[in-house]
Design a binder for this molecule. Structure first.
Ligand code: SF4
Length: 279
């Protein structure tokens, strides 16, 4: 049996960079904490804990001797301000693409007066982006919600960085009918688009597709649904032990992909596990 791994699987640039920032800070400073888990991957968070990096779940927990790292998908403007006032140091590991989306939200809100963000309303990255809008701001999860938006003179439109380009284009077309002037800032990160494209292409060639990553990771869940639409036998797992060997009976080609919060070494472990159980 062959196990093929999709290109661009696993850690993206922003996550890799954030983890490097934390490890470097932990080696140089006392009491390094992250504001929320650094990524949606329990194994990575556990490893960092072993290096003495704790997690605080809200800025209220910040203390004056703490060095607080802001994770790759950023924080709300108010949270950043609170941390600046409370912690010894705020170390910003927000991904530059997320910072760009926050800045676009501010710019579009000033220019258009109304902003639409495609994304998951409760996701910290989206909350962060929305907090930078200085005017009315709608968060929509898909086309149906776009159809229900009120008519406005002008809208600015952007997205959570991990959204899908096709859906973004579809909603842009809907929004053109909802205002006189639409300004679009495609803030979808190229890492996500590349991973989705490579994973979809692989899902077409295989009989079983395995998607690795946290069940609470938005980009992994999206990757799972994308692959599932193409390959009905797609499984979303966090650890290789969740895979029943029966899945691979009679199968000659398995595809493997992983969301942005999964280390590449872990993807290799899953690959080895599949090869082992299918023997
Ligand atoms: S998915 Fe893209 S925007 Fe998000 S952290 Fe990774 S590189 Fe940055």
């Amino acid at each position: 049996m062959e196990v093929l791994t999709a290109d661009f699987s696993g850690f993206c640039f922003g996550v890799e960079r954030a983890i490097e920032v934390v490890i470097k800070a932990a080696g140089e400073k006392e009491r390094v904490v992250t504001c929320g888990p650094i990524i949606h991957n329990p194994q990575v968070v556990e490893n960092l804990e072993k290096k003495g990096v704790a997690v605080i779940n809200s800025p209220d927990e910040a203390e004056s001797d703490m060095n607080v790292v802001i994770r790759s998908h950023g924080v709300e403007k108010g949270v950043r301000e609170l941390l600046n006032g409370k912690a010894a140091e705020v170390i910003d590991a927000t991904c530059p693409f997320v910072l760009k989306a926050q800045e676009q939200a501010r710019e579009l809100s000033v220019r258009c007066g109304s902003v639409v963000v495609l994304g998951e309303e409760r996701h910290p990255e989206v909350k962060g982006i929305v907090s930078y809008a200085e005017s009315e701001c709608f968060v929509i999860a898909g086309a149906a919600e776009a159809e229900n938006l009120p008519y406005r003179k002008s809208y600015g439109f952007l997205a959570q960085t991990t959204q899908n380009n096709e859906i973004f284009e579809k909603i842009s077309a809907i929004l053109r009918g909802k205002c006189e002037e639409l300004t679009v800032a495609n803030t979808i990160c190229s890492a996500t688009a590349r991973r989705q494209k490579a994973s979809a292409a692989l899902a077409e060639q295989v009989e079983v597709m395995v998607v690795v990553g946290g069940k609470n990771s938005a980009n992994t869940t999206r990757l799972y649904h994308l692959c599932k639409e193409i390959c009905g036998r797609t499984y979303h797992i966090e650890t290789p032990e969740e895979l029943d060997k029966e899945i691979f009976r009679g199968v000659s080609k398995v595809g493997l992909t992983a969301g942005a919060s999964t280390p590449k070494s872990f993807v290799c472990r899953v690959r080895e596990y599949i090869l082992e159980v299918s023997r």
